[in-house]
Design a protein around this ligand. Structure first.
Ligand code: NAD
Ligand code: MG
Length: 392
């Protein structure tokens, strides 16, 4: 009989949030204490009816009020909080031990940091938090004895292939390379001159994964892989030179770790986020996730390619930003979020995404990311400049 684990799910109405609730609902020993969303009142209301949390938090004040009224009318005793402080409160409740950090983008940073500061087990899907503020985030994890487990399928795979003592330095435990796999997205083989006219609908149609809109566009530009290179550097205490991106269009191998004795360890499975979610929820034990077992005879062929840095300028920009250090990755992330939102609203074309990010990076003054104020200022200023470029 496993001990009861009490959870807050930040971003419960998103793709990762819903997959988390799916895994949780398959087991008796997870209790959902708090759920959060940005503006989706109806979806959060339905989740509250099904999972009976003690708290629900919505960023938007009006949405929170609507949710509160609906829950009262339904006779449910759920405390509804609002604003970013509401999210921070539910991420650090004394009664929870685990936080699923599944808000998309920079908006996830403050609540995810609150969970780390409160010493929780943090299941990290929100990679943008580490890209914006990796050094400070990892310091909070260490200083507060939080446990950080990666949900991103690649990082979860790497974690599973690492020796237990990897935090002491990859070279000292015999690792010589991390092989970070990438599907290559929907435009891997599309003629280069067609890319300037691709639509948001084409960009979000990922061949192997069902995901939120922002990460789907990031996968099409391969900025997602760039963000993941940066994420891997912080999670595994290493440098971008130790990370080789490998395009593997089948998305069955979720990443690999190469050792000095010639061994290469891989983690495989069907592309379904419930595997890394279940792995992190139960770690170091294993639980069922609802994922179909991998039929190795059906997959049969694995392909591997080097990434095309010319086609995927975003990947190059991410490597460059991580090499530069300090607030460069904060600027990269902010400019990317603004550019992707503008692309989804059809204000700019697909190929303008990397142009805007590059222009914001060359305009910004890169500083040491000494504290949160410096990071948040870099984020804010980069957004303003990116917006200006989009309006031109
Ligand atoms: P999504 O768009 O489906 O869901 C995002 C969630 O965040 C929703 O619950 C939404 O209400 C909430 N949210 C959005 N803006 C917010 C704001 N300003 N303040 C507070 N909450 C806000 O996104 P997703 O695909 O579930 O991705 C979530 C995170 O997980 C992202 O960081 C993404 O990179 C990462 N991730 C996702 C996948 C995947 O397969 N979907 C895989 C790996 C990593
Ligand atoms: Mg990933």
């Amino acid at each position: 009989m496993q001990a009861i684990s009490k959870l807050t799910i930040l971003g419960s109405t998103g793709t990762i949030g819903e997959s988390t609730l799916d895994v949780v609902s398959r087991h008796d020993h997870y209790q959902v204490v708090a759920l959060t969303a940005n503006t989706q009142v109806e979806k959060l209301f339905q989740q509250c009816l099904e999972f009976n949390p003690r708290y629900a938090a919505m960023v938007d004040e009006n949405a929170a009020e609507q949710l509160d009224n609906k829950l009262k009318a339904a006779g449910r005793e759920v405390t509804v909080l609002s604003g970013v402080t509401g999210l921070e409160t539910v991420a650090s409740l004394a009664e929870i031990n685990t936080v699923m950090a599944a808000i998309v983008g920079a908006a996830g940073l403050l609540p995810t940091l609150a969970a780390a500061r409160a010493g929780k087990k943090v299941l990290l899907a929100n990679k943008e938090a580490l890209v914006m503020s990796g050094d400070l985030f990892m310091q909070e994890v260490r200083n507060n004895q939080a446990v950080l487990l990666p949900i991103d399928s690649e990082h979860n795979a790497i974690f599973q292939c690492m020796p237990e003592n990897y935090a002491q330095g990859l070279e000292s435990v015999g690792v010589n390379k991390i092989l970070l796999t990438a599907s290559g997205g929907p435009f891997r083989t599309r003629a280069l001159d067609e890319l300037k006219n691709v639509t948001p609908a084409q960009a979000v149609a990922h061949p192997n994964w069902v995901m939120g809109q922002k990460i789907s566009v990031d996968s099409a530009t391969m900025m997602n892989k760039g963000l993941e290179v940066i994420e891997a550097c912080w999670l595994f205490n290493t440098t971008p030179d130790m990370i080789q991106v490998v395009v593997h269009p089948q998305s069955i191998i979720h990443s690999m770790v190469s050792y000095i004795d010639g061994s290469v360890l891989a983690q495989m499975g069907n592309p379904d986020m419930r595997t890394p979610i279940a792995h992190s929820l139960a770690w170091p034990e294993r639980i069922e996730s609802g994922v179909e077992p991998l039929d190795i005879f059906e997959v049969a062929n694995f392909e591997f390619e080097k990434p095309d840095m010319q086609r995927f300028a975003c990947l190059r920009l991410a490597y460059e930003a991580m090499h530069r250090g300090g607030t460069a990755t904060t600027v990269l992330n902010a400019a990317n979020e603004v550019a992707v939102a503008a692309f989804l609203q059809e204000k700019i074309g697909f190929l303008q995404i990397p142009h805007i990010i590059e222009a914001v990076l060359s305009h910004a003054t890169i500083e040491d990311a000494l504290n949160l104020d410096v990071v948040l200022k870099a984020d804010h200023e980069s957004r303003l400049y990116a917006e200006e470029l989009i309006l031109k």
